[in-house]
Design a protein around this ligand. Sequence first.
Ligand code: AMP
Ligand code: GLY
Length: 423
Amino acid sequence: MNILVLGSGGREHAFAYKIKQSNRCSNLFVAPGNAGTHALATNLPISVTNFPEIKKAVLEHHIAMVVVGPEDPLVAGIYDFFKEDEALKNVMLIGPSSQGAQLEGSKERAKEFMAAHGIPTAAYHSFSEETLNKGIEFLKTLKPPYVLKADGLAAGKGVLILNDLKEAQTELEQMLKHAKFGAASSKVVIEEFLDGIELSVFVLTDGEHYKILPTAKDYKRIGEGDTGLNTGGMGAVSPVPFADDGFMKKIEEQVVKPTVRGLKEEGIDYRGFIFIGLIKVEEEPFVIEYNVRMGDPETEVVLPRIQTDLVSLLEAVSRKELETISLKIDPRAAATVMLVSGGYPEAYQKEKVISGTEQVADAFVFHAGTLQKGGNIVSNGGRVLAVTSLDEDFKKAIKKSYQEIAKLSFDKMYYRTDIGFDL
Ligand code: AMP
Ligand code: GLY
């Protein structure tokens, strides 16, 4: 069948790479894609939220399956757009309905969902401009650090963790009254701070059955030792060494099962990935967020470890037959290191010529922000390449990635040299 992947990052390159390996895939398209996907698929110059253009491309290229990478089109209702269209309703679209996507689209909705289904999470209250004064009073009743979350999508920037009460009160006012994060902060969730170590669990569900995919841990800060500004993610490892069988069992029973059951009970059509951000506090898992898609760069370590044919797995999701497939995972560990443009996550330059990709032999080079320009591959984003290696354990895998990175270069290339340092 012909398949379309929506997105342009390392996540989508990793999806394209796995899908291309399947003999179930005839022609592969990526919209809009990057230089990495250009090498294995046909890139289509269409934005991921331009549904009418996506429809045209799906009909023109006889596409039978669409895999949605990022959250924006899901929250904007791409699943519903397909299901409500006579010509598109039989296309397999991997991703939740807009109702399901609200688990990421609204932090308040996610908290209400968790409360309704008994899923462990931090205590919270949510506030709007009308209740700003109550929010300011509420902060006084909490101990620092204070956790403030813009309700809506804010490109990963909407969470503030502050030590000072006055500062927290000022920021709350900035968010609610002065639209610090635009419409995303017209509501703010204030929650209890959880002190522990983070990990992410990925679930593939057809709304009825589920498979737990490999765990991963990403490194969000720009600087060594997890310091400096937040980024989209500077590296990741899979599996997470401290997520042993006992802890995974707790996650499955206390989080995964009630989440899938909750979606079903609420009549939500959900055929796609659930990315569950967790904090381990002492020995217990607490959910800090749901994302309704795979993570980036987590996908670059999770997908290379999945040995089951990815297209068959996704077909089973779409047909609600996920229980008929068994999931085979590579026992080796995976690590990825993100190469970024100097200056990122603040201002940075683009169109730097990238050299050395053809010399990398022992790692996957997933393109995150690149463009094919004439005979060159040039940078086209803050995060540029993700270099993934597999080996017996995560330390060996990381070492291999760093060895291969030595072959790659572009002007002002930067990366963290300490991925996995805390494990
Ligand atoms: P989120 O966008 O919800 O993933 O939040 C961004 C980051 O803020 C998370 O990766 C955590 O490091 C941190 N965080 C979010 N909620 C909490 C919480 N309740 N307690 C401690 N840290 C949190
Ligand atoms: N790496 C975090 C995310 O994809 O949201």
